[in-house]
Design a protein around this ligand. Structure first.
Ligand code: ZN
Length: 293
């Protein structure tokens, strides 16, 4: 079971989220069948998006993150809501590049691209959604989110994300944390926290040792007091439906739909997030066409 905990220190100056997301990243992998480096890139972004989704206040709020780098993966799109449930897709799942020479690990930043943009769209139920664009820091995902939080949301944070892919391509461990400072955080707390984070092992190393999100939270907040405020179960969740697909089809245009109807007499569309197929026959295409008029 995947879950995210929210914790704070004794002085309530720090907001810490720690997530275990192994199952949701494995579900994504089963849907999309990506190469390991793509699993790692999408899984890291899913974890960050799930945490950011959970930190949204309103029940109907939604967050979409799009990482558009210059690397071969293309776009990585993740969507979450205030439940922290998430769905994800990418442009290219079959990027096959060698392991990084320096440490033999998956070379996420080359697959994503060191240059590019992280776009965050927050639908907070207002007339217009909030849209933030931020240059990628290095394409490793964690620091890209870190830079976004600092530059676009003026939130001093530290982000750690990790996905450990097994030899059979299944996801052994996935998880991450985002720790943010309140504006009134004391210098002393900042120094302790910085020291703790500097000495921390990677999230997946800690998970491989059997550490839980609660254990990881107490390591990050060592010496500051670790108070868990909430625990929330999260999962991969695609909310596609026939009605949503119909609405999407209404936007592709009358002429194109008529063209498809005449040529193929049917239309099949596939959900990008869960590969579910929706079939529309001629009568059903006519119904959509009537809605456009
Ligand atoms: Zn779907």
């Amino acid at each position: 079971m995947d879950y995210i905990i929210n914790a704070t220190n004794d002085n309530k100056e720090v907001s810490l989220y720690v997530a275990k997301t192994t199952d949701m990243v494995e579900t994504m992998r089963k849907y999309h069948n990506p190469t390991p480096v793509v699993s790692a890139a999408i899984g890291r972004s899913m974890t960050a998006t799930s945490i950011l989704g959970l930190s949204l206040k309103g029940e109907k709020n939604k967050i979409t993150t799009i990482i558009k780098g210059t690397g071969d993966i293309g776009n990585i799109t993740c969507v979450s809501d205030s439940t922290g449930n998430v769905k994800a897709c990418a442009t290219n799942y079959y990027v096959d590049i060698p392991l990084r020479e320096s440490d033999g690990k998956l070379d996420v930043s080359t697959a994503v691209g060191k240059d590019g943009i992280l776009t965050v769209i927050k639908d907070l139920g207002l007339k217009e959604p909030y849209v933030g664009h931020n240059k990628l820091f290095n394409g490793e995902i964690a620091q890209d989110y870190n830079a976004y939080l600092l530059e676009s949301e003026q939130l001093a944070s530290s982000v750690g994300l990790g996905v450990l892919v097994g030899e059979d391509y299944t996801i052994n461990h996935a998880g991450g944390f985002i720790v943010s400072l309140m504006p009134f955080t004391s210098e002393e707390t900042i120094a302790t926290l910085e020291d703790n984070i500097k000495n921390i092992r990677s999230v997946t190393s800690m998970m491989s040792e059997g550490k839980t999100p609660e254990d990881i939270a107490s390591i990050i907040l060592k010496g500051l007091g670790c108070n868990i405020l909430s625990t929330k179960e999260v999962k991969y969740n695609c909310d596609c439906s026939r009605q949503r697909m119909k609405t999407a089809l209404e936007t592709i245009g009358k002429d194109e739909l008529i063209d498809i109807k005449q040529k193929d007499h049917r239309l099949e569309i596939c959900c990008h997030f869960c590969d579910k197929k929706y079939l529309f026959d001629e009568t059903q295409i006519d119904e959509i066409l009537q809605n456009i008029c």
